[in-house]
Design a protein around this ligand. Structure first.
Ligand code: IPM
Ligand code: MG
Length: 356
């Protein structure tokens, strides 16, 4: 098949991990006779430095005209000044909003041989297999008004959490649909004992649940859900939640898989176009050293093949290649090993040779 794929490496280790994801895509294309066309564009702090805009119009246009986007990470200490009027992260938020990517899928599961890499006891992480579905274009991240002002002799800041029924319905519905392909359980996470948005979330989620009588459904408050992720995460199948709670809980949950560097994500909307990115950040402390774990980006490539290109066999092959590398002891530094970023890419591509 023919596909146009935009690469947005961004900042820090984003460059290193996207370049391995790119190699894996090329390897799949070569072995399966696909023709993938790649275009690289700017996003984040590097885009601010080069063209004064964290998500320049030609980057947006390229994404809109593509079949899928592979993104690295944005941000870094040089752009972290709390007084700065523009930040790299705004580029990422604009990308999500402009493409209407309202659902962010973050699968978290135990990988072969990695239970020892988690700070949690192996028996707590061995059976974990969950999918976090994070709402991505609403809530506290986008609510208006938001501002900082002088108020009664001191600075005061305001953010707004806002959700409409339809924003909640579409993401909860997707969570239920995805649960049907898994263990048929949905846990909806909110703070309905305090927040009006969460009470609406609950009402709408209950309505959606009525259309899925074959799926087990429960609500959980976010504070107790945070604890459950540590105490009994294997009891969770699909966890659906708002933008802010999903951001926080997915970093927490990544610890179960052994390393934040392992977790991929897919940001999806109504059509096939999606943005795929590892959930880790730009990791400025290790950027440029060639030691970042590229597996989150490589597993994001698997999600890209599956969700945007409909290439399930390619997706499975990439996932199996990663599992095979881990089973044979391949480890980057975050997993207690000494493979470099590109050696890990080599190892995955080597496995693809036997799988495709
Ligand atoms: C993530 C990141 C982003 C977010 C940042 C970089 C804007 O933490 O994708 O989880 O908060 O959504
Ligand atoms: Mg995050």
């Amino acid at each position: 098949m023919d596909a146009k794929i935009v690469l947005l490496p961004g900042d820090g280790i984003g460059l290193e991990v996207v370049s391995q994801g790119h190699r894996v895509l090329e390897a799949v294309a070569e072995r399966k006779g696909h023709s993938f066309e790649f275009e690289e564009h700017l996003i984040g702090g590097c885009a601010m430095d080069q063209v004064g805009d964290p998500f320049p119009p030609d980057s947006l246009e390229a994404c809109q005209n593509s079949d899928a986007v592979l993104l690295g990470a944005v941000g870094g200490p040089q752009w972290d000044d709390p007084q700065a009027p523009v930040r790299p992260e705004q580029g990422l938020l604009r990308l999500r909003q402009e493409l209407c990517l309202y659902a962010n899928l973050r699968p978290v599961h135990a990988f072969p041989g990695l239970s020892g890499s988690s700070p949690l006891k192996p028996e707590k992480v061995e059976d974990v297999d969950m999918l976090i579905v994070r709402e991505l274009t609403g809530g506290l991240y986008f609510g208006k008004p938001r501002y900082r002002e002088q108020h009664q002799g001191q600075l005061r800041a305001v953010d707004t959490m806002v959700y409409t029924e339809s924003e909640i319905r579409r993401v909860v519905r997707l969570a239920f649909q995805l649960a049907r392909g898994r263990r048929r359980k949905v846990t909806s996470v909110d703070k309905a004992n305090i927040l009006e948005c969460s009470r609406l979330w609950r009402l709408v989620a209950n309505e959606v649940a009525r259309d899925f009588p074959d799926v087990e459904f429960e609500h959980q408050l976010v504070d107790s859900a945070a604890m459950r992720l540590i105490v009994s995460a294997s009891s969770i199948d699909v966890l659906v939640t708002s933008n802010m709670f999903g951001d926080i809980l997915s970093d927490e949950a990544s610890v179960l898989s052994g390393s934040l560097g392992m977790i991929p994500s897919a940001s999806l909307g109504e059509g096939k176009l999606g943005v795929y990115e590892p959930i880790h950040g730009s990791a400025p402390d290790i950027a440029g050293k060639g030691i970042a774990n590229p597996l989150g980006a490589i597993l994001s490539v698997a999600m890209l093949l599956r969700h945007s290109l409909g290439l399930e066999d390619g997706a499975k092959a990439v996932e199996e290649a990663v599992a095979a590398v881990l089973s044979s002891g391949g480890r980057t530094k975050d997993l207690g090993g000494d493979l470099s970023t590109s050696e890990m890419g080599d190892a995955v591509i080597g496995q693809l040779d036997t799988l495709l």
